[in-house]
Design a protein around this ligand. Structure first.
Ligand SMILES: C[S@@+](CC[C@H](N)C(=O)[O-])C[C@H]1O[C@@H](n2cnc3c(N)ncnc32)[C@H](O)[C@@H]1O
Ligand SMILES: [Zn+2]
Length: 413
């Protein structure tokens, strides 16, 4: 496959995802030290771990196409070896065109080879262009995309303005953020800079990470008189991801800004509360449960993260396909489906037990006990040890010693 001026002068191998076969860098050849992160050492970015991310992206795009019920155009402007864009062209029914691009010439050459290897040259094309430049050229009416997928290494914040402008009214925007250290509060200044909100290192920081990403998208879109609605979000491995539809109009922008607010958290007793309406707040910073000083996260998105119908459509599509991570995807979609109507943030049972010096009862038992007492309780995909509930932290602290004693008793039998 190498011509005289080919830049593909590095070790390659083929991989298969769904119906698609693609040349990718042979990652083993680029690892020198055990600490090396192979995908970013290779001359073209490729991460096998992101297959789950790509599979979910295919399901979400198909769900979206079913909802709009017409042919759609798609842009993947940070394409790497092209695998994601090629999957969209090959696997999603109703896709008319996929435009892929990358700033790296080598990535583009590899993506072009992969498009032709899969016989998709009619449907998919590759441009060697910087993402913001490409998206801005598609920001005029009638040439905008139906769907845009931004899958950067790090934060997508620098592409948001261009992405919302290049989406048509009602379009779908998919965003990955891998910069978990800022989003989860390890580097708070970076979160304030990139996402416009102050993070907190709480046990439910991965949910907050999605909320900072969504908040940044909502405020960016509002500058263009565009509103956003989140239809699906998830966390996996080292990243968070969200899917939002956008709606043109001042009223829609105002409506989505109303979802911006703050979260107050008590590090002493685990109490947390929402402060809605970020831009008209009067708030107390004293914990109503234990009187300690509350810590604040935000402004961030307090609105919904998932849409029930959209999740159901994704699951329907998942059932029809042979997916590399099928089991994982069915399980993830089922847990997320149970989170759709659940309250914001979650309690991490181990963290509470730790603070109370108690052995840890099974998470399921805690959820059952809360339900028995008339509270909402559901699991969360953000943490296998987490429970979403409308019960106050004091109620959970009250039932944990009883459950811990019960589970100790059972262990002794
Ligand atoms: C994480 S990789 C993309 C992986 C790909 N989406 C997938 O699913 O396999 C990010 C890509 O963005 C490209 N990139 C980084 N900054 C860019 C920019 N400003 N414009 C266009 N491409 C850029 C990099 O060269 C890299 O190939
Ligand atoms: Zn408190």
């Amino acid at each position: 496959m190498q011509s005289k001026d080919s830049k593909l002068d590095f070790p390659l191998e083929t991989v298969k995802e769904g119906r698609v076969e693609a040349f990718v860098p042979r990652l083993k050849s680029f690892v020198r030290l055990p600490s090396d992160y192979a995908p970013s050492k290779a001359p073209v970015f490729y991460n096998p771990v992101m297959e789950l991310n790509r599979d979910l992206a295919v399901l979400a795009l198909q769900a979206y196409q079913k909802i709009v019920n017409r042919e759609i155009t798609v842009c993947e402007s940070l394409t790497g070896c092209g695998l994601r864009g090629i999957l969209f062209a090959a696997e999603v029914k109703g896709v008319k065109k996929v435009l892929m691009s990358d700033i790296s010439e080598r990535a583009c050459q590899l993506a072009i080879s992969n498009v032709s290897m899969n016989g998709l040259t009619e449907k998919a094309s590759v441009r060697h262009e910087e993402a913001n430049l490409l998206l801005n050229r598609y920001s005029a009416p009638h040439i905008r995309f139906d769907a845009i997928d931004m899958d950067p290494f790090g934060s997508p914040a620098r592409f948001l303005d261009s992405a919302v402008r290049a989406l048509r009214d009602g379009g779908l925007l998919a965003l990955t953020a891998t910069d978990m250290a800022p989003l989860c509060g390890v580097h708070p200044r970076a979160c304030i800079r990139k996402y416009g909100g102050k993070p907190l290192r709480t046990e439910y920081c991965h949910e907050l990470a999605v909320r900072f990403l969504a908040g940044c998208l909502a405020t960016t879109a509002a500058r263009h008189d565009i509103g956003v609605d989140l239809v699906f979000s998830h966390r996996a491995e080292h990243y968070v991801r969200t899917y939002a539809t956008i709606k043109y109009g001042v009223k829609n922008a105002d409506e989505s800004i109303r979802n911006m607010g703050y979260l107050l958290h008590c590090f002493k007793c685990f109490h947390r509360e929402k402060v809605e309406r970020a831009f008209s707040v009067e708030r107390s910073d004293i914990c109503s449960e234990c009187g300690s000083k509350l810590s604040m996260a935000g402004p961030l998105w307090l609105g919904r993260l998932f849409d029930a119908g959209f999740c159901d459509l994704m699951e329907n599509e998942a059932q029809k396909r042979k997916l590399g991570f099928a089991q994982k995807i069915h399980k993830l979609l089922a847990v997320i489906r149970s989170e759709v109507e659940a309250p914001i943030t979650y309690y991490v049972v181990d963290k509470l037990c730790d603070s109370l010096d108690l052995p840890v009862p099974p998470v399921k038992k805690v959820a059952e006990a809360l339900t028995r007492e008339g509270f909402q309780a559901s699991l969360t995909h953000f943490s296998s040890r987490g429970i979403r509930s409308n019960a106050p932290a004091s109620k959970i602290r009250e039932i944990l010693p009883i459950l811990a004693k019960e589970s100790c008793g059972q262990n002794q039998v």
